[in-house]
Design a protein around this ligand. Structure first.
Ligand SMILES: N[C@@H](CCC(=O)N[C@@H](CS)C(=O)NCC(=O)O)C(=O)O
Length: 213
């Protein structure tokens, strides 16, 4: 059985679980031995990050590398479009999530607790993230991928959108969601593998934010 190192509230672990659910594969989920960031964990997973996948002798990190690997080893249901330019645009969307949108969100994790929060930092983050959402709207229109199926690129956005909404609710992050992105978020929530992950994950995200704000 596939084994993944994960912690419940991790955004990238939730991104991976959406794919695992969609592929219908069984997996065993274990916390990083010795704790997150520990030397014990780094002795197993040198980069120390989550998620990490063990498949037999293979150890792999980076959610996108893991996703591409699983999409090749478990080809059905396919999670990349069959047409080459759409496949490229889909990959570009996934990279946009991992290298642009999510890192901007990550910059304000230190703003969750009210005692360390700086309203100016949160305000500037709102502008920067809104800028990325407006770029995303254009990328979505250009790619025009069918919304009734799940692609690799959707998994990260599905989780990051819920973190952003939670930051709006609990931290006072002010975002401008373009209509195309609002619609995309609603379309994603209707896909069964995402709905199944949300049922488990969103209560944990809410509890985490409540505990820390
Ligand atoms: N690009 C990586 C990002 C993973 C990532 O940042 N994971 C977080 C937990 S959600 C983590 O391990 N952070 C600590 C670190 O990178 O050392 C991926 O897609 O897997």
């Amino acid at each position: 059985m596939l084994k993944i190192y994960a912690i419940p509230v991790s955004l990238y672990c939730a991104k991976l679980r959406i794919l695992l659910r969609h592929k219908g594969v069984q997996w065993e989920e274990v916390p990083p031995p010795g704790g997150y960031g520990s030397d014990v964990y780094k002795a197993i997973v040198p980069s120390g990050n989550l998620p990490a996948l063990h498949d037999g002798d293979l150890l792999l990190t980076d959610s996108e590398a893991i996703a591409e690997y699983l999409n090749e080893t478990q080809p059905w249901p396919a999670m990349l479009p069959s047409e080459v330019t759409l496949r490229a645009k889909s990959r570009a969307l996934g990279r946009f999530h991992d290298t642009r949108l999510e890192p901007e969100l990550r910059r304000i994790f230190g703003q969750i607790r009210p005692d360390t929060r700086d309203a100016d930092v949160v305000g500037r983050a709102g502008d920067a993230i809104s800028g990325h959402l407006s770029v995303l709207a254009k990328l979505l229109v250009d790619a025009d991928l069918p919304r009734d199926q799940l692609y690799l690129c959707d998994c990260g956005f599905a989780i990051t959108f819920e973190w952003l909404a939670s930051f709006e609710k609990h931290v006072g992050l002010a975002l401008n969601w373009p209509d195309e992105v609002r619609q995309y978020r609603m379309d994603l929530a209707r896909l069964p593998s995402i709905a199944a992950e949300y049922a488990d994950y969103l209560p944990k995200l809410e509890a985490y934010m409540k505990d820390n704000t």
